[in-house]
Design a protein around this ligand. Structure first.
Ligand SMILES: NC(=O)C1=CN([C@@H]2O[C@H](COP(=O)(O)OP(=O)(O)OC[C@H]3O[C@@H](n4cnc5c(N)ncnc54)[C@H](O)[C@@H]3O)[C@@H](O)[C@H]2O)C=CC1
Ligand SMILES: O=C(O)[C@@H]1CCC=N1
Length: 263
């Protein structure tokens, strides 16, 4: 793995916990010394400050750096890096298209994925788009990795920026909503800890109910909204504040930023 940050850690921690990879078979190249020691102490993975060491992986090379520095990182790898090894290259970089990845790693199998941070607890959502050199076996290997940390969906590459805007960035939108729900509870007199517990479990429970019942979200909203009751008063306040359009605009803003990052 090149890049041992938030998302890299989310993925490796779950893969180790699920027994998909043994810690000793994972090498993370990461320039921040404090990140290296945290990853080594917490997960017993191998760490290095040398990307070349990580790039010489035998099976999988997972790129988990910021999209803005991909070119710099690739330029620093030896031209002979892949002369003796052909790892499956998996990129989690927002916005970076397969065309750019394949020109950075000519003749290598490249897969573009968009995971998200709930992968840490095995509840991730990952979309996969495959490059032109990828075999069925390699695709299945990538699917197995990301299935171990949550749900997986295969999409055509042109949808990956939309995926990034929704599920890639989505945990931040939901966290913001949970924080605001708890604030509402505190405003109504609840102690912070109880307000947070109520907010988190309400969002978790509603998502679980929708996932298992296959109900349309609008149907669930109607079932909760008793005539003349409390819920419809809250829903009316949300509609007045443009809650829906705010979320739609958030996804679109992140989608457009993902497109920009891929330029
Ligand atoms: N944070 C998230 O929820 C998600 C992030 N991603 C993608 O994951 C990638 C990493 O994002 P985060 O983990 O959030 O960022 P981060 O900043 O937490 O992690 C990036 C890591 O790369 C390291 N780094 C910097 N320069 C480097 C170099 N030259 N060589 C090797 N490592 C270097 C940094 O020290 C840092 O630890 C990005 O491309 C992002 O688009 C994708 C899905 C979700
Ligand atoms: O904010 C970002 O750019 C990354 C990609 C999706 C979630 N975090």
């Amino acid at each position: 793995m090149i890049g041992g940050g938030v998302m890299g850690e989310a993925i490796l921690s779950r893969l180790i916990r699920q027994g998909i990879y043994a810690a000793e078979n994972i090498l993370i190249s990461e320039p921040q010394a404090e990140r290296r020691s945290l990853l080594q102490q917490q997960y017993q993975v191998q760490v290095s400050s040398d990307n070349q060491a990580a790039a010489e992986a035998e099976e999988i090379l997972l790129l988990a750096i910021k999209p803005q520095i991909l070119s710099k990182v690739v330029a620093q790898l030896a031209p002979t890096t892949f002369s003796n090894s052909h790892p499956l290259i998996i990129s989690i970089l927002a916005g970076v298209p397969l065309s750019k990845l394949e020109s950075a790693f000519p003749d290598q199998s490249v897969i573009r994925v968009m995971p998200n941070t709930p992968a840490t607890v095995g509840a991730g959502m990952t979309a996969i788009a495959t490059g032109k050199n990828v075999t069925v076996e390699e695709l299945n290997k990538a699917k197995n990795i990301f299935t171990a940390i949550g749900e997986v969906v295969e999409v055509p590459e042109y949808l990956m920026d939309a995926v990034t805007g929704l599920s890639g960035s989505g945990p931040a939108y939901v966290a913001l909503m949970i924080e605001a729900l708890a604030d509402g509870g505190v405003a109504a007199g609840l102690p912070r800890a109880i307000a947070s517990q109520l907010a988190i479990q309400t969002v978790f429970g509603t998502a679980k109910l929708l996932q298992e019942s296959q109900l349309h979200p609008g149907e669930l909203k109607d079932r909760v909204s008793s005539p003349g009751g409390t819920t419809i008063a809250g829903v009316a306040a949300l509609e007045k504040a443009g809650f829906r359009s705010a979320l739609i605009e958030a996804v679109l803003a992140a989608y457009h930023r993902s497109q920009e990052l891929g330029q």
